[in-house]
Design a binder for this molecule. Structure first.
Ligand code: EAX
Length: 337
């Protein structure tokens, strides 16, 4: 029977069935239970994407590879969980890319103020040669970058007044991520920029130790920042990709089949994750308003002024990451659909 079917296959297909493993090839996959920790809540689009990734890995491994998720900074702050993953204490981690700048300076390219204007450009950048090169660079630091999810475009919130122009940031005590570009950017605007790990932010806002912070709508919403912040100003000053990473110690122990399962699952999950993230944004804005937040846009003139004031910061970090890398990034962005 088998022979009979083979006999009817076109020659090219027959050749393929000899060259490549056929369907009966048993993938080299072992039973594993892995720890995957990340900073935000499971209900956030990032958490939904993480769950999708976990489900895909399970499905593709016939249930052999299980991942236990630890959302909401249960395993520590982003910098702590990144180092735990480098050391192999934690198997997988998802974080905004901003704290990675301490390990691989080129990651600062994502933080250049106003580099990106929309999601299509973001996808072109992170899925293009620059993003792929940056994922690969993590290997030097005992991490394997699997793919990029999306945290999103960042906006400033504060408890004092609406920010209608760059001048309104002056004097505000604002929490920023542990990343030199953000520190410089907000200091340039006259704000008192304080780098702080995320798990400390809510309390610092609540106690009035800081006045302001900046994050995408989704993070503002799931963390209920409306309870401690009155104003959201749609500054869209930077875009945060979110890297899904594996400990290189674990990666090196995996079979080629297992490695492929993780990379394929991450790439499938990212499409879903980004779609959820983008679909949720409008609903979240309405919800934040319903919870009493005052949301304001900046006029085109004020935005242009803000961008202009960021130029020295862009120039400084273009030198740090390398002008060629920035040119490559700009080419990907320009080619976005
Ligand atoms: O969970 O620290 C931050 O502001 C980041 O956006 C983080 O991913 C939030």
């Amino acid at each position: 029977m088998r022979f009979h079917i083979c006999g009817r296959l076109p020659a090219a297909l027959l050749a393929m069935s000899i060259t490549f493993p056929n369907v009966s090839h048993a993938a080299d996959v072992q039973e594993r239970t892995l720890k995957f920790g990340y900073s935000t809540f499971e209900a956030h689009p990032l958490g939904q994407g993480a769950n999708k990734f976990v489900a895909l890995v399970s499905e593709k491994s016939d249930g052999k590879i299980k991942m236990k998720v630890y959302p909401a900074t249960q395993l520590g702050s982003e910098t702590q969980t990144i180092s735990a993953t480098q050391g192999g204490v934690q198997d997988l981690v998802g974080t905004s890319t901003a704290p990675l700048v301490g390990l691989v300076k080129e990651y600062a390219i994502f933080d250049l103020p106003f580099l990106l204007s929309n999601e299509k450009q973001a996808d072109a950048l992170v899925d293009g040669p620059v993003g792929q090169e940056l994922l690969a660079k993590l290997q030097e630091k005992n991490l394997v970058g699997l793919c990029f999810f999306e945290n999103g475009f960042r906006h400033v919130t504060n408890s004092k007044h609406p920010i209608v122009g760059a001048g309104d940031l002056s004097g505000l005590k604002i929490r920023v991520m542990q990343n030199p570009v953000y520190i410089d950017a907000f200091r340039t605007l006259g704000a008192n920029a304080v780098p702080m790990p995320w798990p400390e932010v809510y309390t610092a806002l609540e106690s009035g130790a800081i006045d302001a912070q900046e994050n995408p709508f989704g993070i503002i919403y799931v963390n209920k920042l409306n309870e401690v912040q009155k104003y959201v100003s749609v500054t869209k000053h930077a875009y945060s990709p979110w890297a899904v990473m594996m400990s290189k110690k674990l990666w090196d122990k995996l079979s080629a089949d297992e490695q492929k399962i993780f990379v394929d699952s991450c790439n499938e999950a990212k499409a879903y994750q980004r779609q959820v993230s983008r679909a949720e944004d409008a609903r979240i804005v309405a919800e934040l308003k319903a919870r009493g937040m005052q949301i304001n846009e900046l006029s085109p003139a004020e935005l242009a002024d803000l961008k202009a004031r960021m130029q020295p910061v862009v120039a400084k970090y273009t030198e740090t990451v390398g002008p060629d890398l920035v040119k490559q990034a700009q080419a990907s962005i320009a080619a976005a659909p």
